[in-house]
Design a protein around this ligand. Structure first.
Ligand SMILES: NC(=O)c1ccc[n+]([C@@H]2O[C@H](COP(=O)([O-])OP(=O)(O)OC[C@H]3O[C@@H](n4cnc5c(N)ncnc54)[C@H](OP(=O)(O)O)[C@@H]3O)[C@@H](O)[C@H]2O)c1
Length: 315
């Protein structure tokens, strides 16, 4: 372990993962380590990070919104993966500082240090018009702006359009009921965090994907009722799909706004899912096929994920 670190420090071949302790980021780190890569993770909490990423990874403790963290963390680095997120109760108020300002700072410092490879995790597809129509422009504007800046840069860049994780379906399911605000009647893409990690690791290690935006999705787009049926068929126990009005969440989120803006964002993402564009959903199998052509991996399907939860008695 020690040797690996030393060798890579000299060779400048370390891959840094911002957000490497996160839901998707930790999978990226795990897969990079499995491929024998030297990895550095930036985190606000060393002890917590150690529990998540283990001993094989260099841990740089620092807050990306604080001056100096980014410059120092980029020493001996050859490639950058950004999977920072402020989508939680605690961080939502700092969203601009974390998801925008810090990312632009990473780009600036990386340029100074002559690091060329940059991989950025974004949403599946950020359509400004759709967000405007749904009256939730701020839901995507940071990602749209950052993507634009990356496109205009001369990094060897790849942007990832990540679908939400399969967890989305399980999060609304408990004790035989799937209770979905707005119903979730539009099909949308999902993926296993496992595959996000594997594909992202392969992407950052490759040099031939410059200037590409790649969508990360499982094989098929599903509606919530379809998944309830799938769960019923696989588990042999009825999972009942229940629609509750989206406006209930809207009202609650307004009332909670002074205390936490997070529920408001949750409402907005649900609004987005309930209005997921049909043409995007129809293209999911094609987008997935492209992944199978470009990358060497065996996808985890939703059926497999449901199966393992049924075995653990977890539905
Ligand atoms: N999860 C999904 O279903 C989903 C779907 C589509 C797209 N995405 C995209 O994938 C990316 C990652 O999302 P995620 O859900 O995996 O995120 P997450 O689980 O919320 O993790 C957030 C990460 O950001 C780090 N972070 C936050 N503030 C920081 C700060 N001030 N300084 C340093 N590190 C900070 C956290 O590190 P520490 O806590 O260790 O400091 C953590 O590793 C995002 O771009 C997101 O939009 C996710």
């Amino acid at each position: 372990m020690h040797h690996t670190k030393e060798r890579n420090m000299k060779d400048n071949t370390q891959i840094i993962v911002y957000g490497g302790t996160g839901f998707y980021g930790q999978k990226v780190v795990e897969k990079l380590v499995a491929k024998g890569q030297s990895v550095k993770v930036v985190t606000r909490n060393y002890e917590n990070a150690k529990k998540i990423v283990g001993d094989e990874v260099e841990i740089f403790q620092g807050d990306v919104t604080e001056k100096g963290t980014i410059e120092k963390s980029l020493k001996n680095v050859s490639a950058i993966v950004i999977c920072l997120s402020a989508m939680s109760n605690k961080l939502i108020r700092k969203m601009k500082a974390i998801e925008r300002d810090a990312v632009l700072e990473i780009m600036e410092q990386a340029k100074k240090t002559n690091i060329s490879r940059l991989v950025y995790m974004s949403g599946y597809e950020m359509r400004k018009q759709l967000l405007d129509d749904l009256k939730i422009p701020e839901f995507g504007e940071i990602k749209i702006e950052v993507e634009e800046k990356i496109r205009q840069s001369d990094f060897n860049w790849t942007i990832l359009g990540d679908a939400p994780a399969f967890e989305m379906f399980f999060a609304f399911t408990s004790k035989g009921r799937m209770t979905v605000p707005g119903g979730g009647l539009n099909a949308f893409p999902t993926i296993s965090p496992e595959d996000v990690g594997e594909i992202t690791a392969q992407i950052v290690m490759r040099d031939d994907l410059n200037g590409k935006r790649i969508k990360l999705t499982g094989p098929k787009a599903f509606t919530f009722p379809e998944v309830a049926k799938l769960m019923t068929d696989i588990g042999g126990k009825k999972i009942k799909h229940i629609t509750i009005p989206l406006f209930l969440i809207n009202i609650v989120s307004f009332l909670l706004l002074p205390f936490t803006p997070f529920v408001r964002y949750l409402y907005k993402s649900l609004k987005m899912l309930n209005n997921f564009p049909v043409d995007l959903a129809e293209n999911v199998p094609k987008d997935h096929k492209l992944l199978r052509e470009l990358f060497d991996y065996e996808p985890v399907t939703l059926e497999m994920e449901i199966n393992s939860r049924v075995k653990e008695n977890n539905l």
